[in-house]
Write a protein of this length. Structure first.
Length: 340
């Protein structure tokens, strides 16, 4: 290693778990972060400083003022310019560590682009805000034997688990047997900066072990924390021998079968139909009322405004979004307000 790089990463090299061989492997490795919200931005920041050789950031959103409370990579100028997060992140990360090859991609990860965007990297990190994308990553990971790290946070609570196909349970082992879905989202019940940065730190520590070739140090546990109550948990999750993904190898999300069906309806509207979901509209109304405007509700539908959009949600999980023709925008709004 040249003296300049040795000095730059000297404190990490001194750490016994990494050492010079570990740092060499980090420098030669590549990671892709899907979603650059609070967790993705914090993970990108740490991986860039740690000297991962190649980093790709994929994100479909723009920086907004409400992001700045917790998304540590962005500033007021980014929000004023409504810069795509992937672009703002790429600029900031390059100024943090010019030795790292950073690439921001403005895109919505989908079954059609997943292989192109993910295949060439050693590790995939979860920075997404919805389970549709997480299950797509999980399908791709298991199909291709590529590790990924699940990470999520809402309010003061977060959790993370490292998934290594063949060695650990997968996300479907965890979620599809326990019927637990994260109904609430950061856009409806809020989120604190400390929990996203804590979860991102746990995620990056696992990433450093994997990329430095120290797999024996991985804890192979689901870690969950609530920084408000002080409740921390570390649980070993069993593999599901009948798992849809890692046992039966049915990659429904990768094949697009489980994607919400999106169709154009009218001149400036999009319809999303999530076939897997039945909604309790009264509960949804109570949850959304503090954060959206003009909420109207009857036994068939719930309608509300998120300017410039109007969203109408039906109890069978269907939603119509007025004000956009863009399926990616519709999918993003659905994930934010209805859940995924
Ligand atoms: Zn599984």
């Amino acid at each position: 290693m040249n003296p300049f790089l040795h000095e730059k990463y000297s404190r990490q090299i001194l750490f016994a778990g990494i050492g010079e061989p570990g740092q060499q492997r980090l420098l030669a490795s590549g990671a892709v972060i899907v979603g650059c919200g609070a967790i993705g931005a914090a993970a990108a920041n740490q991986l860039t400083r740690a000297g991962v050789g190649k980093l790709r950031i994929i994100d479909r959103d723009f920086v907004e003022p409400s992001n700045l409370q917790r998304q540590t990579l962005f500033d007021e100028a980014d929000a004023l310019a409504a810069l795509p997060k992937a672009i703002a992140a790429e600029r900031k990360l390059r100024s943090i560590n010019s030795s790292v090859s950073v690439e921001g991609i403005v895109a919505d990860l989908s079954p059609s682009n997943a292989a192109d965007l993910l295949a060439q990297f050693d590790l995939i990190l979860d920075g997404t805000d919805n389970f549709e994308t997480r299950f797509l990553i999980n399908d791709f990971s298991v199909q291709n034997g590529k590790p990924w790290i699940y990470a999520a946070a809402v309010a003061s609570y977060g959790l993370t688990m490292t998934i290594r196909p063949g060695a650990t349970p997968c996300l479907a082992c965890l979620m599809e047997t326990q019927q637990q879905g994260l109904e609430q989202t950061c856009d409806t019940i809020g989120v604190l900066g400390p929990i996203v940065n804590l979860i991102a730190s746990l995620e990056v520590a696992e990433a450093l072990k994997l990329l430095a070739g120290r797999t024996e140090a991985l804890h192979d546990r689901l870690i969950s924390c609530d920084i408000w109550s002080g409740h921390f948990q570390s649980v070993r999750i069993p593999r599901n021998p009948h798992c849809r993904v890692c046992a039966r190898r049915e990659f429904a999300y990768l094949h697009g079968e489980a994607q919400p069906h999106i169709t154009m309806c009218g001149r400036d509207s999009v319809q999303i139909h999530d076939r897997t979901r039945v909604l309790d509209l009264a509960l949804l109304r109570n949850r959304l009322s503090p954060t959206v405007s003009d909420v109207r509700h009857n036994e068939f539908l719930l309608r509300f405004r998120v300017p410039p959009y109007e969203m109408t949600v039906f109890s069978d999980g269907r939603a119509i979004l007025k004000g956009t023709k863009d399926p990616a925008v519709a999918r993003s709004l659905y994930a934010r307000y209805i859940g995924a």
